[in-house]
Design a protein around this ligand. Structure first.
Ligand SMILES: [Zn+2]
Length: 400
């Protein structure tokens, strides 16, 4: 899905582990986060459940430039298979819309309706449709999966990968990417291709997880320290950088008189020390969530546990709970996306993880049941539930 340039990977052939930084190639890197994770991080069919494998995941930090990266990436073939069967969260179906508001505001602030805008990785075209409705006249998207057909303005979306050869009829005033950059092997190639196609003072707006989202499908872990360094090296100016909650939104601008500089070491080792500390804190937070969830489930063994959420947050949480606890827990899996109804979670050793539509089960929810919401949209979900059923007293929210 979200990978298009042919990127050079620095791989250790024997293990497949990345041994040097994918941006500056420094060997001075340190692993800070590792755990076992299923290859499939979404709701899936019974056939896919049988194919799901557990692989080790590891995130490392480059102590030269500050880039976080997936140092044990899945074999390319496994990644491609995941993308082939990828199930997106679809804002067009009313799921996760709030996640897009800040990005839209950022685009409105930094562009005009007459500008030539290009979105890389349009998914179901939610942003393109919103911008067209707001009066943007010269906009197009690129999306390799068939999700683009969901867009009202799908004719504006090319069904292909963004590649070195991708060309445009006129210079691009702004490229925008919503949770796409983190899927590339290296940020250098994709930014270079965008830069070549930009108008003289063109912009690149992107949103990525803010040094989070540690799982198999993400290859890069951005943070403000790396982005500042990266922009300088790539000859771009940082116009805006907002770190809100778990996301990082950046607006870069091409400057005619700014040439790329050679990769230089970070000037302030203190900054990197802080970053590593932040990385360790994140790793500890995951461990803490796992511990707390384990305690919550142990205290709910005699109760029905409604488990809302079937995306990566949910699956990572479940994959770190001891099998014997899960075997003894009566879990009712729910997801708001009607297309996930009847699908399952990718755990071959667990029975009855079939996904229910909220309307089919929430009426049976009682005060003395337990509820786990494992989704980045927990607030939206909780609000809807409060309005429509007897909310259990015991609630556990996981928001990685
Ligand atoms: Zn580096």
């Amino acid at each position: 899905m979200k990978k298009s340039c042919q990127i050079t990977k620095i791989l250790n052939n024997k293990t497949g582990a990345v041994s040097a930084c994918p941006f500056c190639e420094s060997p001075n890197t340190q692993a800070f986060f590792s755990l076992l994770m299923p290859t499939i991080l979404s709701a899936c069919s019974q056939d896919e459940v049988a194919q799901a494998k557990i692989f080790p995941f590891e995130a490392s930090l480059c102590l030269n430039c500050g880039l976080g990266f997936n140092s044990k990436p899945l074999p390319e073939e496994t990644l491609q298979n995941i993308y082939k069967n990828y199930r997106y969260v679809r804002p067009h179906k009313g799921i996760g819309c709030s996640k897009y508001d800040a990005m839209l505001q950022c685009i409105y602030r930094n562009t005009s309706k007459e500008n030539h805008l290009v979105e890389i990785g349009s998914s179901d075209g939610y942003l393109i449709d919103a911008l067209v409705s707001s009066g943007y006249k010269n906009i197009e998207g690129i999306e390799p999966s068939k999700e683009y057909l969901q867009a009202t303005n799908h004719k504006l979306i090319r069904n292909e990968f963004f590649k070195t050869e991708t060309s445009f009829k006129q210079p691009v005033d702004t490229f925008f990417l919503m949770h796409v950059m983190e899927h590339f092997h290296s940020p250098r190639d994709i930014i270079s291709v965008m830069k070549q196609n930009l108008s003289p003072s063109g912009k690149i707006i992107f949103e990525v997880p803010n040094f989070s989202g540690f799982h198999h499908q993400h290859l890069l872990f951005f943070n403000p320290i790396f982005v500042s360094h990266f922009a300088r090296v790539m000859g771009l100016v940082v116009l805006e950088m907002e770190a809100t909650g778990s996301v990082l939104r950046v607006t870069l601008q091409k400057q005619n008189n700014t040439k790329s500089v050679e990769t230089e070491p970070m000037k302030n080792p203190e900054e990197l020390k802080n970053l590593l500390q932040q990385a360790n804190t994140t790793a500890q937070r995951y461990q803490q969530i796992n511990e707390d969830l384990k305690t919550f489930l142990l205290s709910s063994l005699n109760k029905k546990v409604f488990w809302w959420g079937t995306g990566s947050t949910s699956i990572i949480a479940l994959s770190n709970i001891d099998n014997n606890i899960l075997q003894k827990t009566q879990i009712v899996v729910i997801d708001g996306d009607p297309e996930r109804k009847g699908l399952s979670l990718p755990f071959a050793n667990l029975q009855n993880l079939s996904i229910h539509a909220p309307s089919d089960v929430i009426k049976t929810m009682r005060k003395n049941d337990a509820l786990v919401i494992a989704s980045s949209f927990s607030e939206e979900i909780l609000k809807k539930l409060k309005a429509s059923c007897d909310l259990p007293e015991q609630i556990f929210i996981i928001n990685l």
